[in-house]
Each structure stands twice: as structure tokens, then as C-alpha cells.
Design a binder for this molecule. Structure first.
Ligand code: ADP
Ligand code: MG
Length: 456
């Protein structure tokens, strides 16, 4: 019928606009490299903030003992206890607990939120086993992963809340999730040069040479941008490594395949014009892009009947885990798609043909996100001169990845990895690896607490 033809033409147009051939992705990667240079050259020189994280001591691998971490992300909050065994045994044991944060605390006063975090921490500390006890007089130490732009003095706030909870614990390091993942990855593998988070949001961090950061000269760290909780950078770090938190979610370029749906999503968002790369890639948004396309098909091609299903009109009702489940549906009659449509959107009696169309929309959105993520990683490798074979192939580069999207959205992950090899070529690919750094952001914070311990 004419309506079905209209639906197919909307699909086709969407697919074309989302197209990411190699040639385009190479332009995106080049643009990323250019923006990285610009962001390093001067404050405000680029959409990429390229924040210098003052990691005085990246872990050496010698760190030993029991350390804690708090990982506060976009949706999840974890408390972790990590037992480090030094060079021989590395992470001997890791334990964690996931705690959900009541919504009113995310918008209320920060005292309440920090008290909530501290009391969850106190409960977790109480589960230390006998073999884990601290020697008398030794203070417990904590790394804090805080994945938001830091406004107030979060180390001070958390320290006060920890005191109020009756705990004796020192906040030894403050990191964002990418920097934590980078440190954690490097503890296990010294070839790790960059870390990428693909979760609710997306971001990347990497290790840069001091001489490649023109804007660094004379700059003192702003509170919250540093990894150690001491306020002045140690002289030694200027000569060693500098971890750059790119804030790559804010990247944008004329080469990005933006569609009318992305533009509408952005215009209706809390931060229009910002985080454009993130809005095309991350778990917060993929489901919402799919919803917008289905909405247009419902309005203009009546794919769900004469009226648009009311639930389908609700922004963010369709989450990425839902579209991921539909995308991975292997049943012959696409049972999972039918169930999701019914449970989430209250749409029933869909034909198999229509369910296939919906899976295709999911595929287009995920494929574009995955391929753009790969292009971003190639941009970083280019900046580091690691996108081609050097040293007769002896130089290895590893990128640590973490986040719920990467971990659970299998088709996204596989597409991202395949695209990396496609862009890098066979020869260079042999020396480059991606590694899933499980809970890397939390474990990395515990490891950084260790490398910034008052006892070493
Ligand atoms: P955060 O980003 O809050 O630190 P995570 O790294 O755990 O937390 O990522 C959570 C995000 O991962 C969710 O918001 C969601 O977008 C995505 N995600 C979780 N599970 C799945 C899934 N099964 N399929 C696709 N995406 C998922
Ligand atoms: Mg996280």
C-alpha cells in the first residue's frame, strides 16, 4: 500500500542520512585529531575541553593493600573494595555493591546526597572480613569516581559526610570515570594508552606528553580537575605523564552524519547545542533516536494504525536496553520485539514485516553510533602517532573500554571493533587492541587511591 511505501521511504532516507562510509569516518577521525590539538593549545580553543588531570602517580603495579572506591555515574552508584597484591598478583580480590540513588537525592541538596553515599559506604566497610582488617592506626583510603563536571569541592563535601557517618577514611584521589578506567587498565597492562567510556554518556581520556600541551605552562589545577587530593601539583609530574580528560562527548564536526531526528532531539534537550557527539553515540540517547523515527513513521505512514500510540509520544520512554533487546532478537517471529512493543509502548498486533522494519531502525542507529565511536578512537590514536606501524611493529597500543553500552550491547560492540580494524587497516590493527576494563572506573579509582596513599 501507499502507507507502507511511505514507511520504507522514511527508512531509506534515514539510512542514507546516517551513512558512515570509511571515507567519512576518516574525516571524522581527522577532525577529532585537529580538535584535540586545538583544545590542548589554549583554554576554550576547541569544543573539546581537553582537561589536564593531575595524575601525579600513575600506578606502578607495586601498590599493595586494601583500598576503597566510590563510583558515582549517570545512573549507577557502586562501592568497591579492592585488594591489591603488588607486581606478582595485581588485583587479588575485588568486591562491590551496587546501590541505587533515590531520584530526589540527585536533585536535592548535596549534603543529603553525600550523606547517602557515606552511609552506604559505612555499611559496606562493616562487611570487611577478619582477614581484611587494617592494622591499628592505619587509616582506610578511598578513591572517588565522580563522572560529572565538578562544581563544588566534592572531596571536602565527601570527607565531611564520611566523618558524619562515623567512618575514619581519607579521600586520597578524585577522578572522573575515564581517568579511572585509564589508570585501572594501565595497572594491568602498561600498553594501555587511552580509555573510552560508552555508558549512559560517553567520554575518553588518554596519556599525553607534557611537551604536547602548550596551554599547560603556568597553569595551576582547579580544584576538582585533579587526581590527587593535595592541591599543588608535584614537580615530578611535569616531566612524566599527563592524563587528558577529553570530554569528547562535546565534539562536533560538519562531517558528523546528523539527521532531522538528532536536531529535534538536541533542540528539545536540557543542553541544546552541546554534547552533540554524545547524543549520537551514548546509551542515554540511542533508544530515544529510535523512538523519534518510529514516531515519524506512525504520524506519516500510520505504521501502528490510524492514530499514533500515545506512549510512543513520550520522550525517553524507549530506553537503549529495550532497543538493544529488540535488535538482538533471534526468534523467527521476532517475539522479543512484539513483547517490548506491547510492554513499553502498549502496541499490540504488529505484523512480522513491521517488526523487521523496527529492527532495521535499531540497527541503523546502533551502527552509526558504533562506527562514530570507532572513528573517535582512531582520532586519538592518530594524535598519539599510533595509528600506523612504528618500530617494526614492536609498539603496542591498548585502548581500555568500559560502560554499560559497550558491555551489554553486543552488536554495538562488535560493530565498533570491526570498524576500528576497517579504519586502521590490517597491518596497524595487529598492534592495537581493545580491552574490556570491567568496572574499570571504580577499580581504577581504588588503584589511584593506592598510588596516592599517605603511607607510600
Ligand atoms: P553509568 O553510565 O551510569 O556510569 P553504566 O556504565 O553501567 O553506568 O552504563 C549504563 C548505561 O548502559 C545505561 O544507561 C544504558 O544506556 C546502557 N545499557 C545498560 N544495559 C544495556 C543493554 N542491555 N543494552 C544496551 N545498553 C545498555
Ligand atoms: Mg560509570
Amino acid at each position: 500500500s501507499g502507507k507502507w511505501a511511505r514507511a520504507l521511504s522514511i527508512l531509506k532516507e534515514f539510512e542514507e542520512k546516517c551513512g558512515t562510509p570509511s571515507s567519512k569516518l576518516k574525516q571524522v577521525a581527522d577532525a577529532m585529531t585537529v580538535e584535540m590539538h586545538a583544545g590542548l593549545a589554549s583554554e576554550g580553543g576547541s569544543k573539546l575541553k581537553m582537561i589536564i588531570s593531575y595524575v601525579h602517580n600513575l600506578p606502578t603495579g607495586d601498590e599493595k593493600g586494601l583500598f576503597y572506591a566510590l563510583d558515582l555515574g549517570g545512573t549507577n552508584f557502586r562501592v568497591l573494595r579492592v585488594h591489591l597484591g603488588g607486581k606478582e598478583s595485581r588485583v587479588v580480590k575485588q568486591e562491590f555493591e551496587e546501590v541505587s540513588i533515590p531520584a530526589h537525592l540527585m536533585t536535592g541538596s548535596s549534603d543529603e546526597l553525600f550523606d547517602y553515599l557515606a552511609s552506604a559506604l559505612a555499611k559496606f566497610v562493616a562487611t570487611e572480613s577478619d582477614s581484611q582488617h587494617f592494622s591499628p592506626g592505619r587509616q582506610r583510603e578511598l578513591g572517588f569516581t565522580f563522572s560529572f563536571p565538578v562544581g563544588q569541592d566534592v572531596v571536602g563535601e565527601l570527607t565531611k559526610a564520611i566523618e558524619r557517618a562515623g567512618l575514619d577514611m581519607r579521600v586520597a584521589a578524585l577522578v572522573n570515570d575515564t581517568v579511572g578506567t585509564l589508570a585501572g587498565g594501565r595497572y594491568n597492562n602498561p600498553d594501555v594508552v587511552a580509555a573510552v567510556i560508552l555508558g549512559t554518556g560517553t567520554n575518553a581520556a588518554y596519556v599525553e606528553h607534557a611537551h604536547a600541551i602548550p596551554k599547560w605552562h603556568g597553569l595551576l589545577p582547579k580544584s576538582g580537575e585533579m587526581v590527587s587530593s593535595s592541591s599543588v601539583p608535584l614537580p615530578m609530574f611535569t616531566a612524566s605523564v599527563n592524563v587528558i580528560n577529553m570530554e569528547w562527548g562535546n565534539f562536533r564536526s560538519s562531517h558528523l552524519p546528523l539527521t532531522e531526528y538528532d536536531q529535534a532531539l538536541d533542540a528539545g534537550s536540557l543542553n541544546p547545542g552541546e554534547q552533540i557527539f554524545e547524543k549520537m553515540i551514548s546509551g542515554m540517547y540511542l533508544g530515544e533516536i529510535v523512538r523519534r523515527v518510529l514516531c515519524k513513521m506512525a504520524e506519516e505512514a500510520a505504521i501502528f494504525g490510524d492514530t499514533v500510540p500515545p506512549k510512543l509520544k513520550l520522550p525517553f520512554i524507549l530506553r537503549t536496553p529495550h532497543t538493544s533487546a529488540m535488535h538482538h532478537d533471534t526468534s523467527r517471529d521476532l517475539k522479543v520485539v512484539a513483547t517490548k512493543l506491547k510492554d513499553i509502548l502498549e502496541i499490540s498486533n504488529t505484523s512480522l514485516k513491521l517488526r523487521k522494519l523496527i529492527v532495521e531502525v535499531c540497527d541503523i542507529v546502533a551502527t552509526r553510533g558504533a562506527r562514530l565511536s570507532a572513528a573517535g578512537i582512531v582520532g586519538i590514536l592518530k594524535k598519539l602517532g599510533r595509528d600506523t606501524v612504528k618500530d617494526g611493529g614492536k609498539q603496542k597500543s591498548v585502548v581500555a573500554l568500559d560502560g554499560g553500552l559497550y558491555e551489554h550491547y553486543t552488536k554495538f560492540r562488535i560493530c565498533m571493533e570491526n570498524t576500528l580494524w576497517e579504519l586502521l587497516g590490517e597491518e596497524a590493527s595487529e598492534n592495537i587492541a581493545v580491552e574490556h576494563s570491567m568496572d574499570g572506573s571504580g577499580i581504577g579509582a581504588a588503584i589511584l587511591a593506592a598510588s596516592h596513599s599517605q603511607y607510600i
